[in-house]
Write a protein that binds this ligand. Structure first.
Ligand SMILES: *Cc1c(COP(=O)(O)O)cnc(C)c1O
Length: 405
């Protein structure tokens, strides 16, 4: 079925190269473009659609809520936000929630809250230790917190106060702590960096270090939260409780809904210090409630863990067959490190041509983040498509070698 497209990409700002295809419809693990071509989606909007595209529970909650109430103003309570905040608090053990619209905005809120807390409880300390290769978003402060190469000069001057430690190197964190430090902020699995995980020992050591020095531990669960790592929150997998936690991506099941959660002692905003026009609107909160209904009902997460094991085993089989470097797997957030002579963005582009959506966060690896309810058959289908692509690349390389020999 073809869809007629009105409009032209020249009216969109140039923020990223995109293929010509125009996406018009999604269901579960599948996406369709305007020419009727079908794609098996192992990107899912960068781990956003935790229940797949247009899950009926999310679509129905949105339709129902759209007919009831969209935005009464953040100056009034609404039923959906109250219910979602209460549930998130009970599930996380963190006392209070602030809703936002992007992961960056939630992290920005965490940074502000930490600075406020430092003013109240740590003699004005305001600096936050973050991590090399870490990713926290695209506002000025979160870009400054981010440890991506080249980002420190992109929109100079930076927001000051984000010294970068190394993941899994407690000494590198300790060395950066001084009297001006108020918090440590990290992703327990660095997603944008290519799925590099903290060890449980490091995570627990960091919790202890923060307690010893009176620092807040901020865990950015924008990518790892809501079942992505096989537990509702990633920190549960690592056996720690942070003081602040941010959620995003999967929380809204496809709509812009994010959250900042804080323990009772860390939650210190006063009137006028934090807010936002669309923050906590009932439309997106209704989607969040629908997502939690599905994800927290057994055996949903157990099945997601089983699918994660299946995907990991399948990727490891490809690794051995094609002589690839490494598989890194945390629930349904996984990466295939290709090793020398292969180029991940090229592979992802070839996959796209064959109707498979894969993400290459850097030239060396593919990142896989399917829907948490992806089926066993869809995983097998993806693996066989990827197998064929890798084999074709091998052939290409061999014939290139033969030609140059
Ligand atoms: C995606 C992401 C963000 C930014 O979220 P946006 O919604 O794009 O602002 C922040 N932190 C992590 C770990 C992320 O994966």
């Amino acid at each position: 079925m073809n869809t007629v497209i009105e409009g032209h990409p020249r009216h969109l700002m140039n923020i990223t190269p995109r293929p010509e295809a125009v996406m018009v419809r999604g269901r579960g693990s599948w996406l369709w473009d305007s020419a009727g071509r079908r794609y098996l989606d192992f990107v899912q909007g960068w781990a956003v659609n935790c229940l797949g595209h247009s899950h009926p529970a999310v679509a129905e909650a949105l339709a129902r809520q759209a007919g009831e109430l969209l935005t009464p103003s953040p100056a009034y309570h609404n039923d959906q936000a109250l219910r979602l905040a209460t549930r998130l608090s009970a599930l996380s053990g963190l006392a209070q929630v602030f809703f936002a619209n992007s992961g960056a905005e939630a992290n920005e809120g965490a940074i502000k809250l930490a600075r406020k807390w430092g003013r109240l409880h740590r003699g004005g300390a305001w600096k936050i230790i973050t991590f090399q290769k870490g990713y926290y978003g695209r506002t000025l402060a979160t870009m400054s917190a981010t440890g991506k190469p080249g980002w420190s000069s992109m929109f100079a001057p930076q927001v000051p106060g984000f010294a970068k430690a190394r993941l899994n190197d407690l000494g590198s964190v300790e060395a950066l702590i001084d009297s001006g430090t108020v918090a440590v902020m990290l992703e327990l699995v660095q997603g944008e960096a290519g799925v590099h995980g903290a060890t449980p020992e490091f995570a627990q050591g960091l919790r202890k270090l923060c307690d010893e020095h009176g620092l807040l531990l901020i865990v950015d669960e924008v990518q790892t939260g809501i079942g992505r790592l096989g537990t509702l929150f990633g920190c549960q997998r690592f056996g720690i409780t942070p003081d602040l936690m941010t959620l995003g991506k999967g929380l809204g099941g496809g709509v812009p809904l994010t959250a900042l959660l804080a323990s009772a002692s860390a939650s210190c905003f006063e009137y006028g210090e934090q807010g936002g026009t669309f923050c906590g609107n009932p439309l997106t909160a209704a989607a969040g409630n629908a997502v939690l209904d599905v994800v927290t009902e057994a055996p949903f997460l157990a099945e997601a863990r089983t699918r994660g094991e299946q995907l990991q085993a399948g990727l490891q089989a490809l690794q051995h067959r094609h002589g690839l470097a490494e598989v890194r797997a945390f629930g349904l957030l996984q990466a295939l490190e290709l090793g020398p002579g292969r180029h991940a963005p090229q592979l992802a582009a070839q996959a796209f041509e064959r109707g498979l959506l894969l993400n290459a966060p850097n030239p060396g690896c593919l990142r896989l983040m399917p829907a948490l309810n992806v089926s066993a058959e869809e995983i097998e289908q993806m693996l066989s498509m990827l197998d064929a692509l890798l084999a074709a690349q091998t052939l290409e390389r061999e014939s290139a070698c033969a030609l140059s020999a």
